[in-house]
Design a binder for this molecule. Structure first.
Ligand code: LP5
Ligand code: MN
Length: 252
């Protein structure tokens, strides 16, 4: 049996959530070591202020990913809406390859389109406007030029503003837009989609251009829940990081 390929996202690592750090560390030292590749599809960290933020958690994670890569599991990182400032320096320290969003791979005969998923939430106009601003290269260069404590203070303000904005938003606005999904799938014939961001783990089927495509939505890992998609000789399967992940072991 060939070694599986694993996909996870929305780990949201933060010192304030030690259970999640523990669950993810167990994962890196367990199932991930059996895999030929691990794809982390965004929001590995609760937030990322810049590669010069070498606090203990960031350094530990770089070391753990590096150990995984040196043990023979290729590590791929995609940006999320919270850690899009991860740059080449962290990737080098983690022995990880940064991927653009979206990104196509072939896994055990399946064509997979990988994405964080936030771009698909097109009904969330306030977020898309914010995204447009912060994904601009010139904006990022200017932001990264600020002293680290100033960046952290700005991020704290944005996180608070985002949390209160989300209270006011209808739940469906914060999910993917069905037409945006269809449009993306139509642009990549024959591909199935794997994404995170919405924290609504599920498997759904989409009729696109006379073909049935599948869409796997990965779970978040807050408070040590978590889980991942495993693709191996038997096809794709959701696996819970820990017992309490109720959707674990759902259909292939
Ligand atoms: O992440 P999640 O799921 O909780 O919410 C997202 C959207 N929110 C965000 C913001 C991040 O959560 C927090 C920022 C992370 C760090 C980024 C690093 C660098 C940025 C520095 C900027 C100075 O992505 C949320 C979506 C939700 O997903 C579902 O899709 O709804 O979007 C929002 O809530 C955005 C608001 O609607 C609009 C923007 C509010 C911020 C305005 C700036 C305030 C000024 C502060 C001073 C600079
Ligand atoms: Mn996200």
């Amino acid at each position: 049996m060939s070694r599986p390929i694993l996909f996870a996202s929305d780990i949201h690592l933060s010192e304030s959530d030690p259970t999640t750090i523990e669950a993810f560390t167990e994962f890196l030292q367990g199932p991930a070591r059996q895999a030929s590749a691990l794809y982390l599809l965004g929001d590995l960290f609760e937030y990322w202020a810049g590669d010069d933020d070498d606090d203990a958690l960031n350094q530990r994670m770089a070391d753990q990913l590096c150990a995984l890569a040196q043990g023979g599991t290729a590590v791929y990182l995609m940006h999320g809406n919270r850690d899009f400032l991860i740059g080449a320096d962290f990737a080098r320290r983690a022995h990880a390859t940064l991927l653009p969003d979206p990104y196509c791979i072939e896994a055990f005969g399946l064509n997979l389109l990988l994405s964080h998923g936030d771009q698909l939430c097109t009904d969330d106009l306030a977020y898309q406007q914010f995204r447009h601003m912060v994904r601009n290269q010139a904006w990022q260069a200017q932001f990264l030029g600020l002293p680290l404590p100033v960046r952290k203070a700005e991020i704290a303000k944005v996180r608070m503003a985002s949390e209160s904005a989300k209270q006011e938003k209808a739940a469906d606005i914060m999910d993917v837009n069905a037409s945006a999904v269809s449009k993306l799938l139509a642009a990549y014939p024959g591909h199935h989609l794997v994404h995170g961001h919405t924290h609504r783990p599920s498997l759904s089927r989409h009729e696109v251009q006379h073909g049935l495509r599948q869409r796997w939505v990965l779970p978040d890992w807050y408070r040590g829940k978590g889980g991942y998609l495993q693709v191996d000789d038997n096809g794709p399967m959701f696996v819970g990081a820990r017992q309490e992940a109720s959707w674990a072991g759902s259909e292939r």
